[in-house]
Unconditional design. Structure first.
Length: 492
């Protein structure tokens, strides 16, 4: 039976950590061979000692089973019978990885949590990878993530050199990464390199892409190409993914191109058409305008994520800027994105990144002229909203609070978003305009604030803007006249 193989090798990362500790992170004991999915997936360790450890994933693919009951529309009549699926690393291997390394992909290791954020020297070898665009595509997609890429083209037939190279490469990667990050790179980029999947691609694939690649995809220079390839070049799904990625990560989406035009010559994308100002940029501008109108000199960005707004606040010249987030990983990325280690001292003295939760009292977020909750409240479970209101409005008590959140009514303008769905898998809810107003007015009244509202983005006459904004002003302080950006909307 044809077999697909992937190996991941590490050497001892430091004197105190043996290489075989890799088994803790993968949740697979180095001394055992483990078999999954009825005997079709095997995980084993060809070598495992203090100095060097290799884990191998072996996938047995039944070519007859591929034909039965797939219901897929193949590109030509015999494609169900004549194809490369049993022989090449593709979406089938990635599905198997997702099952056997599920906890490792999420970065969870209860037995040895100290290993999770450790960066390991890693080498990945996949002997046969479908790679539309050849070695150049592998370099373009993998090298920006810190991998040293060796993609050797495989000949169509070693016995007939005149036939030239095939679309497959022998792929070797070397780099120093967290194990969870390395697995997420493979989970997204192996099927992206191949450009096809063995199952039907729908909106659920967008969710998987954002879950697996959300920590690094937004900043990748080939973000749009990876998204198109991963989503089998579906224009509608690509548009949805880029827009939802922009909602969460603070990057500008672009309009997806037609499938045929996007890859005219085996994987090299054509230049993207110019796009309108993305909603994330409009959101930043609206928040900054509200802060300018408040005459604030110190600002805390609550739930700052990877620091996009913090950078803008520094550029605006605020005397003190603090970014908080519950995720240490996001704060690490923010520090790298802001170049805190090389920032001039006079600028570095004005900014601080701290781990904190908006649902727990923290003296470090008190005493600021202004606070921002930009696309944060929808990530809280509804029962935790009261705690957030108490912490931010009751204890921290900024003079001005700026809040933005998606407008659920506008979701019907996203063609590929399922009815009743939310824009990101981590959103616990999304409010209509009436619901947002009711929450904001109740919270403001309870804690001695007044509140005004504004639209962010095109204000659709039927469903309103994509983002809604509220500005809270503490009543025991004189408030400045707000600009048109933050003026109260008419009642709906």
């Amino acid at each position: 039976m044809p077999r697909v193989l992937l190996t991941l090798t590490t050497t001892r990362p430091d004197d105190a950590t043996p290489a075989s500790d890799l088994g803790y992170l993968l949740h697979k004991h180095p001394a055992r061979v483990q078999t999954f999915d009825g005997g079709t997936v095997h995980v084993l360790y060809p070598e495992a000692d203090d100095e060097r450890c290799t884990v191998a994933v072996l996938l047995e693919v039944d070519p007859v089973a591929l034909v039965r009951g797939t219901g897929r529309r193949e590109p030509f009549v015999l494609a169900q019978y004549v194809n490369d699926r049993p022989y090449t690393a593709s979406s089938q291997l990635v599905v198997a990885m997702g099952r056997v390394f599920r906890s490792a992909l999420t970065g969870r290791c209860d037995a040895r949590p100290d290993l999770v954020d450790r960066r390991w020297p890693l080498e990945v070898h996949v002997p046969v990878v479908g790679c539309a665009g050849g070695p150049e595509a592998a370099q373009r997609l993998l090298a920006p993530l810190g991998w040293e890429v060796e993609a050797t083209p495989l000949p169509l037939d070693p016995q007939v050199p005149a036939w030239g190279d095939s679309r497959y490469v022998d792929l070797r990667l070397r780099g120093t990464h967290r194990v969870a990050d390395a697995l997420s790179h493979l989970y997204v980029l192996l099927p992206a390199l191949d450009g096809t999947k063995h199952y039907w691609v729908d909106e659920g694939e967008v969710d998987k892409l954002l879950r697996a690649g959300g920590a690094w995809l937004a900043a990748h220079p080939a973000r749009d190409e990876i998204t198109r390839r991963y989503l089998a070049r579906s224009r509608a799904l690509t548009t949805s993914a880029l827009d939802r990625l922009a909602e969460v990560e603070g990057v500008a989406p672009v309009e997806a191109t037609d499938d045929d035009a996007a890859y005219p010559s085996g994987g090299t994308p054509t230049p993207e058409p110019p796009a309108d100002v993305p909603i994330v940029r409009q959101r930043h501008e609206a928040v900054l305008a509200a802060l300018r109108a408040s005459d604030a000199r110190t600002v805390v960005d609550l739930g700052c994520g990877e620091g996009a707004l913090v950078g803008r606040l520094l550029d605006e010249g605020y005397a003190r800027v603090v970014g908080t987030d519950v995720s240490v990983r996001a704060l690490t990325t923010a520090a790298r994105r802001l170049h805190l280690d090389t920032m001039p001292e006079r600028v570095r003295a004005r900014v601080e990144l701290v781990q904190s939760s908006v649902t727990y009292t923290d003296a470090r977020i008190a005493g600021f002229d202004a606070a921002v909750l930009m696309e944060v409240v929808e990530h809280l479970d509804p029962p935790r909203l009261a705690a957030m209101e108490r912490v931010v409005l009751g204890v921290a008590r900024p003079r001005t609070l700026v809040v933005t959140t998606p407008n659920a009514e506008h979701n019907v303008r996203y063609p590929s978003l399922a009815a009743g769905g939310v824009r990101h898998h981590d959103h616990r809810f999304e409010w209509t305009r009436a619901q947002f107003r009711a929450w904001a007015q109740r919270s403001a009244s309870a804690y001695g604030y007044t509140v005004s509202f504004a639209a962010v983005g095109p204000d659709d006459p039927d469903v309103g803007p994509p983002t809604q904004l509220a500005v809270f002003h503490r009543q025991d302080q004189p408030t400045s006249t707000t600009s048109s950006t933050t003026s109260t909307e008419g009642d709906r």
